[in-house]
Design a protein around this ligand. Structure first.
Ligand code: DAH
Length: 337
């Protein structure tokens, strides 16, 4: 009899559902009872054999069974799913937090920023020029003779006969003077390139800051005063320095400025080659031929210029002995600044 079967199925289902442990078990039960060929569907098939008078009552009972089974199934499904969610979203609040790396300015940028602010304080403006330069600006207009060794293929990255990667920031002096009348008082920072063997002391690319002051009656004493003021502000008041005569095609007279060795404090060591001194920059009074290239009247105007390597300035301040380390992006180095 179908009614007996219905009663049995009710019992079986209660037992089966009580044994369910997880979603997998539950799915098996769904297929067994509610699937297309499941037990309940088979009971419905038997309805056609029930005597006509009994059909409405038995049919109703069968429907109730299906509703009942479906609702128990759904209830259990919801509770199993939320249990699973709870397990997965358990957060361990005692775990240590994630450490985020905070970026900072590269030491060369910091050094340049400091240099800019010192020179700005002395009335210098800031200008930049191109890294791809012509032979004219890099050499010719700066009074380099045609056979000067600096033009040699070994030092200069030539692009073609006329263009090259600038070997110093001095060409920006020319570009600036071409575009303005004296007084000119500016520093010109930027990248420069040299075709030299890479070593602890030299790199194929580095940075320079060029300085220029042109006006009536500019003197060598002003040049010295400005550079000493810079060195004292940057390295500290007790810094010792000296100026040595030197040669550059674009200045006359020319000099180099030395400061006491950071390593031995002037005693003499292998860093300063046992002299106690380290060179920090080149400088001099602008050569009349340079004024001629930019149509400045050298009878009326005088001026001074200087140029220094930013890497070198930073190396001497922090005691860095290998220039290559600036460009290796090694966190152990970078995060010290
Ligand atoms: N341009 C020179 C160099 O790269 C540095 C320099 C020396 C610049 C003397 C100057 C200067 O303006 O007057 O070695």
């Amino acid at each position: 009899m179908l009614t007996d079967n219905i009663t049995r199925v009710k019992k079986d289902f209660s037992k089966d559902i009580a044994d369910v442990k997880d979603i997998g078990d539950l799915e098996e039960i769904r297929i067994k009872y509610l699937g297309r060929n499941g037990i309940i569907s088979k009971l419905f098939d038997q309805l056609k054999d029930v005597p006509k008078d009994d059909k409405p009552a038995v049919g109703k009972e069968l429907n109730l069974l299906r509703i009942n089974v479906t609702s128990q199934f759904e209830k259990l499904q919801t509770s199993l799913a939320s249990e699973k969610d709870e397990k997965e979203s358990k957060v361990d609040l005692t775990l240590p937090g994630k450490k985020y790396q905070i970026g900072s300015k590269h030491i060369l940028t910091q050094t340049l920023d400091e240099m800019k602010s010192i020179f700005k304080g002395m009335g210098f403006s800031i200008h930049e020029g191109p890294e791809l330069e012509s032979d004219y600006y890099n050499f010719e207009a700066l009074n380099f003779p045609h056979d000067h060794p600096a033009r040699d293929m070994q030092d200069t990255f030539f692009i073609n006969e006329d263009f090259l990667l600038r070997t110093h920031t001095s060409p920006v002096q020319i570009r600036l003077m071409e575009n303005m009348k004296p007084p000119v008082r500016a520093i010109m920072p930027g990248r420069v390139y040299r075709n030299e063997a890479v070593s602890a002391r030299s790199y194929c690319m580095f940075h320079q800051v060029e300085g220029l002051y042109v006006d009536t009656d500019v003197t060598f004493a002003e040049l010295k005063g400005t550079l000493v003021a810079f060195a004292h502000q940057y390295y500290g008041k007790d810094l010792k320095y000296r100026f040595r005569p030197s040669f550059f095609p674009f200045t006359e007279p020319s000099a180099e400025m030395d400061i006491t060795c950071f390593m031995c404090k002037g005693e003499g060591c292998n860093i300063c080659k046992y002299t106690g001194w380290l060179e920090i920059l080149g400088c001099g009074m602008v050569h009349p031929n340079v004024f001629k290239s930019v149509n400045y009247d050298s009878e009326k105007y005088t001026g001074y210029a200087f140029g220094m390597g930013i890497e070198r300035i930073a190396m001497l301040k922090y005691g860095i002995t290998d220039i290559r380390i600036f460009f290796e992006n090694d966190f152990r180095f970078l995060k010290q600044f």
